[in-house]
Design a protein around this ligand. Structure first.
Ligand code: CDP
Length: 229
């Protein structure tokens, strides 16, 4: 069967990565989380004094972007993808609310996007991949054979993210998460470089009322149709 590229884009916290991971595992494709790469750049900037209370030191980040190496490795037990920043496992840190509050500012910088997009295209060369993000179907892989654009209401998305963070032991206020979801949506949609938007040939999936299983079935059906064509 021919291998294709699957691009899954959409709003923050709408379960893109859960669905992308489940689909990739089910069809034997590789999964790449482009958001984790932007998160790792934000974390690096926070750890190295590039992001301070005064904001982002853009010139320093521009100088250092070439030193930020992001790699993925599958966890031996769970087979889930783990993000490494310059060789260090940062999978937990990059999901914190502190990183979420900085990441969209970092992701709006043209030189950050150019560097990460180049790496993402490299990862996708062999096809047979599922990549999720904000601009995968519009900018990174405009020729992807299957494009999905996911959305759900902001409240549903904030509740999902809240449950996820509480389950891993974080003590948070739901309203802070909701505010972060709304703020990131706004920054992602209105930035100048590859803003979040639905590609013309992307299928729209509103999963507010869908179960994870129902969603996977729907995705598998779309995959079947595309690879049969
Ligand atoms: O999982 P969640 O929806 O919280 O977001 P993510 O996929 O981890 O992405 C975190 C942030 O990175 C987004 O809010 C965007 O600002 C940025 N991002 C981007 O600009 N382009 C991408 N392809 C992926 C993420």
């Amino acid at each position: 069967m021919k291998k294709i590229t699957i691009a899954i884009d959409g709003y923050s916290s709408c379960g893109k990565s859960t669905m992308a991971k489940a689909l990739a595992r089910n069809i034997g494709y590789l999964y790449f989380d482009s958001g984790a790469m932007y998160r790792a750049v934000a974390l690096y900037s926070m750890q190295n004094g590039i992001i301070t209370a005064e904001g982002i030191d853009k010139e320093r980040l521009r100088e250092e972007i070439g030193n930020i190496k992001i790699t993925f490795c599958a966890d031996e037990e769970t087979k889930n993808s783990i993000t490494y920043l310059n060789g260090v496992n940062v999978e937990k840190e990059i999901r914190s609310l502190e990183v979420s509050q900085q990441v969209s500012h970092v992701a709006a910088l043209d030189f950050v996007r150019a560097a990460l997009i180049e790496q993402q295209r490299e990862m996708g060369k062999a096809k047979g991949i599922v990549m999720d993000g904000r601009d995968i179907g519009t900018t990174v892989f405009p020729n992807a054979e299957l494009k999905i654009f996911v959305t759900a209401s902001a409240e549903v998305r904030a509740k999902r993210r809240y449950d996820e963070l509480v389950a891993r032991g974080d003590n948070l206020d739901y309203n802070d998460i909701l505010a972060n979801v709304i703020e990131r949506d706004h920054i992602d949609r209105t930035r100048e470089v590859s803003p979040l938007r639905q590609a013309e040939d992307a299928l729209l999936l509103d999963n507010s009322e869908m179960t994870i299983e129902g969603q996977l079935e729907w995705l598998k059906e779309q995959f079947k149709q595309r690879t049969a064509e």
